[in-house]
Design a protein around this ligand. Sequence first.
Ligand code: B1M
Length: 212
Amino acid sequence: MYDDLYDGLAEEIDEATRILLDRGWEATRVLEDALVGGMAIVGVDFRDGILFVPEVLMAANAMKAGMAILKPILSETGAKPVGKMVIGTVKGDIHDIGKNLVAMMLEGAGFEVINLGINTDVEEFLGALDEHKPDILGMSALLTTTMPYMKVVIDTLVEKSLRGDYIVLVGGAPLNDEFGEAIGADAYCRDAAVAAETASSLIAERRAAAAA
Ligand code: B1M
């Protein structure tokens, strides 16, 4: 599957994903070991100038073919939503694979997720917060040039006295804890699993504080 991802072969990834599930692999194992693992190799070769944008795009499409099969399994839950999250990739940034994974994991953890897509500006974030009244705002950035836009969104929430209404979680490969803290987010999430855990624990804390 690593080779097929590298070569951007969506049909093969679709088929292989089904085969692994038929063999009894957990969906999370297929995701982590086969898809995310394969994409990491693509990332290294992209960084090193061995692969170029069109090839990476094809690899990303192949990964999406696998994710489309895993999504309903990962999102399976009969329970009522444990919370609501609005999430988007920030303005100027079109990377959406990681953000979509976070959305899937959150859905799997029982959240209702409103996914705003890519290239999301502050007005779109604010409009969605107003419309959907979520517990959590999630933002994703994969570029060092777009990560500062997260601060623009948080500063606007502060200006409008809305910051206290939401838990703000941020993530994306170039971020770290220090950055999350510096821009005033509640937490930086290293990966989708951490995002789901952090979302659940911060909501529980907030509800306990409100009940006290
Ligand atoms: Co782009 N790209 N890319 N790219 N791309 C990176 C990010 C890069 C690191 C590659 C490299 O040089 N090694 C580099 C950024 C360098 C930098 O800023 N320091 C880069 C570049 C430079 C670019 C372009 C500028 C290239 C160009 O045009 N010259 C361009 C920018 C376009 C733009 O956005 N304006 C570009 C374009 C593209 C493609 C379109 C070809 C494609 C995106 C396709 C798509 O997303 N639909 C692409 C891809 C695929 C990558 C790499 C190879 C893979 C990203 C990915 O999907 N990873 C990437 C290299 C890399 O990261 N290894 C690279 C898999 C994904 C599961 O991981 O996104 O990190 P990730 O998400 C994780 C966590 O970060 C976290 O959880 C996720 C799941 O565990 N997380 C969150 C993410 N968001 C979160 C939000 C949360 C919580 C956790 O909220 C609560």
